[in-house]
Every structure is written in C-alpha cells, then in structure tokens.
Write a protein that binds this ligand. Structure first.
Ligand code: FE2
Length: 297
C-alpha cells in the first residue's frame, strides 16, 4: 500500500463538515474507440485529461448495434485498472490468462491490469441496446507491475440501499449509507456509488475529504452542492475536496448519477494508448514487451 495522505484539519474545519462543490463541468463528447465503437467520453478528453487517480470515463449508450457490435477485440493494458459497469445489454470478456466471463446488466468488472494483460471485450447482440461505462483508474508506481487481477461482481452482490429522502443507491466500492461495496482491496481506496433519485429528492453522500472526486449524470438533471447550475445527462462534474457531496434531483424525470472518489497518487503520468506508466522509458518497455508477446496473446 502507498502511504495515505493525511490532511491536517483544525477543530473548526472538522466541525464544518465541508461540502464539495463543482470545479469544472465537462459535457461528454462523441468519439470512437476499439474497432469503431461510438461512445461518449468525458474524463480523458482535452478539456479534462485526468483527475488523479482517474484517467478516463466512457459511456456507451445506443440502441443501434452498428454503433457497438465491432467491440474491443484483443488489446493490451499495463499500469492501471479498468472498470466496466453495465446497465443494459451484455459484454463477453476473454483474456490471455485464460479468464472468460459475461458482463450482464448491473454487474461490474474491476480489472487490475498490473504488469500486463491482453483481453477482448465484445458486446453481445441481445435486445438491441448496449448501455454501460468504462472507467480507468491509475495505479501507483509500486503497484504498476503487480500480477493482473479481476473482480467480477454479479449484480446481486452489489447492495442496493433505500435512501431516507427517497431513491436508492448501489454501493459498488467503498463505504456509503452503512454498506460496504463488494469490490475490495483496491490500492486507491475508491468510492463508487450509483444513485437514483426521484424528482425533488436530495441526498448527501459522505466522502473522504482528501480524495479526488467526480460525479456523472446518467439520466435526469442534478444540482451539486451550492452551485445553481442544473447539470444535464452525459455530463461530468469534477469536485473540490470535502467531506460530503450534496445532490438534488431537479428535473421532471428521475435523476441517476455516478459518484466516484479515490485517493490521488501524485506521481508523474505518461500514457500511450492502453499503457499508463510513470516515465517514457517504461512506456517503451511496455510496447516492446507487448510486441514480444510478454503481455500474453
Ligand atoms: Fe480493455
């Protein structure tokens, strides 16, 4: 484990229970990845290249299989973690270690690529709509070359909590509303919650003050903290530091949003496609290792 950053807080600051506010609003923009999958990228774009330790957030949402059926054929990763969270449709996963699985609606796959893996992520034609997220989270220098690891979490393992002010929260990772998410042992100690609020409902989600955080509106409209802005769907807001995030559902329809928080790593980041390391030399080594088949095939 790397050392936890400890904030020196005065008693007054502790009492204040500081509320998080918006730093930046990032509307997701359409782009393509994999073998031609149309998706919406927010984090990892020019307007917000990273939010240490978060590197990328993509949303795939389309009823037209031509937008996603080509999928993400065999490709490598080294030096970070990829998280796939499915809402609708299904994705088949296979990798160079012999792992094979099906990601179904409501499930999450937390893959720690570590020193390297080659895998494929291929959507299945089921019903028509594919809707899901892929999040990339960095690893500290000391863990970049760890052995690859998976946590494949079935939907029923994710606690769904009824909120006092109405609505529900699924706790995927970290602790919220008295529940612990099933994803365990992640070095950046992440919080990952998926919150649904009826119109007019409010919620306060506690966060570790020093952790980086962002929220992403999936459907509906939200107000974050004391900010007056109504944030529409497919929009990410990066947040300042604080002990909790206050969210209000301001639209006519239900609000659904993701909240992610994690410990910043504060190390140099050099990224090249599917490799995220600390130096250019390590990137060159990753490319050499991949070409030589040392990441698997
Ligand atoms: Fe991948």
């Amino acid at each position: 484990m790397f050392e936890a950053a400890t904030d020196k807080m005065t008693l007054d600051e502790l009492r204040a229970n500081r509320q998080r506010g918006i730093v930046q609003v990032v509307p997701a923009f359409p782009t393509q990845d994999g073998a031609g999958v149309r998706l919406l990228r927010s984090l990892g774009s020019r307007s917000l290249p990273e939010l240490d330790p978060f590197l990328m957030l993509d949303e795939i949402r389309s009823d037209d299989p031509r937008d996603w059926i080509a999928g993400f054929p065999a490709h490598p990763h080294r030096g970070f973690e990829t998280v796939t969270y499915m809402l609708e449709g299904a994705m088949e996963h296979a990798d160079s270690e012999g792992n094979h699985g099906l990601l179904e609606p409501g499930s999450v796959q937390w893959m720690t690529a570590g020193r390297g893996i080659v895998h494929s992520e291929m959507p299945l034609r089921r019903g028509g709509r594919l809707w899901g997220f892929q999040l990339w989270i960095n690893l500290p220098r000391a863990q970049k070359m760890m052995a690859p690891r998976y946590q494949d979490i079935a939907p029923d393992r994710i606690p769904e909590v009824a909120l006092p002010g109405g609505g529900t929260a699924r706790v995927v990772a970290g602790q919220a509303f008295g529940h612990q998410g099933p994803v365990q042992g992640i070095v950046t100690n992440p919080l990952f919650v998926d919150v649904t609020l009826p119109p007019g409902a409010e919620v306060a989600v506690p966060t570790v003050r020093s952790h980086s955080a962002f929220a992403y509106v999936i459907t509906g409209h939200a107000r974050f903290g004391a900010d007056a802005m109504r944030v529409p769907r497919s929009t990410l807001v990066s947040l300042d530091k604080g002990d909790h995030l206050h969210v209000t559902s301001t639209g006519e329809e239900e609000l659904r949003f993701l909240l992610l928080a994690a410990q910043p790593i504060r190390e140099p980041v050099v990224r090249y496609g599917p490799f995220v390391m600390n130096t250019a030399e390590e990137i060159e080594e990753a490319v050499r290792d991949f070409r030589a088949g040392r990441l698997g095939s």
